[in-house]
Design a protein around this ligand. Sequence first.
Ligand SMILES: *[C@@H]1O[C@H](CO)[C@@H](O)[C@H](O)[C@H]1NC(C)=O
Ligand SMILES: *[C@@H]1O[C@H](CO)[C@@H](O)[C@H](O)[C@H]1NC(C)=O
Ligand SMILES: *[C@@H]1O[C@H](CO)[C@@H](O)[C@H](O)[C@H]1NC(C)=O
Ligand SMILES: *[C@@H]1O[C@H](CO)[C@@H](O)[C@H](O)[C@H]1NC(C)=O
Length: 489
Amino acid sequence: MSRAMIFCAIFFILAAAYAQRNEGPSVASEIFSVADPGSGSGDGEVDAWPEISTCTAEFAREPDHTMCLKDDDRVQTTGVTDSQKKVIVDYHNKVRRTVQPSATDLTPLVWDDNLAKVAQKLTMQCKIEHDKNRIIPSYGVFIGQNLAAGQRTWKKAMQSWFDEVLLYRYGEDADQYLGPGGWKKIGHYTQMVQNATHRVGCGFSLCSRTTYGKYYACNYAQGQSSTSFPYTRGERCSACPNSCKNGLCACNGKLCLNRGELDIDSCTCKCPDLYGGDDCSILHCPASDPFYCRRSILPADCQVYANVPHLCPYMCGVCGEQPLAMIANPNKSGKNRPEGTTRTTTSTTTTPAPPFISPHNCSYRGLRSNLEECKNFGDRGSDTRACASKGGQFGCDHCERYYNVKSDYCPVMCGICDAPCGGKVCVNGGVLNPDTCNCTCTLPFFGDTCSELACPDQDKWHCSALQAFHCTDYVNVPFDCPHLCGICA
Ligand SMILES: *[C@@H]1O[C@H](CO)[C@@H](O)[C@H](O)[C@H]1NC(C)=O
Ligand SMILES: *[C@@H]1O[C@H](CO)[C@@H](O)[C@H](O)[C@H]1NC(C)=O
Ligand SMILES: *[C@@H]1O[C@H](CO)[C@@H](O)[C@H](O)[C@H]1NC(C)=O
Ligand SMILES: *[C@@H]1O[C@H](CO)[C@@H](O)[C@H](O)[C@H]1NC(C)=O
């Protein structure tokens, strides 16, 4: 009963872990809006824009980050003035305040200089093409983007995004009502009215001798995740009676970092496990990664699943090197082993090693445990009777499907442990002591592996009440009644 419960609970944890996939690229990162060419091209020859290096260490670590791109030498003038910033923020907030159907949970956007400098750098490519990597590493949130080119003014550029509202239907799948790829025709508008977006920062460049001349980009934190339900429909502000101001939930651009969640009524952040502080910016590293890191969840998963870096912060490099390379005790009570009792060598190589093939032909790619740790797994380091290796139900498939099968049931079959005592087997119900490598035998058997027989004169007294079928139905009967069961002649 309790085994079954443990098993199910753990399965659900794992299922949850793997269900939270990374968000794909934002919808807006596939689309842009252009005006008629020619309306703003600079014609006069000008000196090339002097390039300033913006590729600081923070961005240099990021693959293909926009801040590390080389500017186009046709850049003529760049930047957004303070009065334009106000125009941009006010325009977005007017749209957000007046959405139809009305929104219960939209906040006013606030200008963000970090977002703006990346957007600015993108426009200096003199292209209308979304960038590959625009993240602000310290934010730990996904960044959305709207682009426009050719319009005479910021107002006209934003108008081109807003005009998509004419096609838009709240709550419906754009691919259904606009045809395949329909979201591309409304994705700028839905980015403007996303409830998870609290900040905006934009850039502008005028590029001579280019098709469109004027290039506009706005980056949003965080980016949009739904075009059908960008916000919650209902009475304005009804989700935030305490923070409501002028039809919007006014949290002053508060952004919860590292995937924290904003409570728009109290304007406070609910932080994910590893983070704390007012905006979830403070990292609290646990003493060690849990057992399943490097065993069931492997380094390659850090990139694939959004929550794996939180589950295994050392393995994924969020918390740096694990100080003593400790592993948690997969104790059934769920408690961690006291610090410092176990050391393992955790390899930090990233090239996947060929899998280890266990004596039962299960293939295993994770970290293997030493014999000392293995005593905590399975039946004191041996497989339990639940495993195919001992005639049970769990086969190699189960090793990978459930993260606790390796540790709780089948450490040898699944490949995390070598068999204790060089694979010594105690027969006839004997139990191996992994410390002494002796077998504890059950009478009438004895000897090194319990293979020898010392028949008593008589069966135990209660055997006279039993019949032969009891010998196969109950595990203790053959030992108590060896004569009845035909073990002793
Ligand atoms: C945004 O609105 C959608 C639709 O109602 C809702 O599912 C989602 O939880 C909201 N997200 C945030 C961050 O408020
Ligand atoms: C599991 O934890 C309990 C309570 O902390 C402890 O008494 C027990 O010895 C631990 N078991 C193992 C196998 O370490
Ligand atoms: C493992 O595979 C080998 C080669 O395919 C085979 O000979 C052996 O019997 C298998 N062992 C088990 C326990 O299935
Ligand atoms: C283990 O078995 C050996 C040989 O049978 C014996 O000499 C030794 O005392 C045993 N050790 C323990 C701890 O029972």
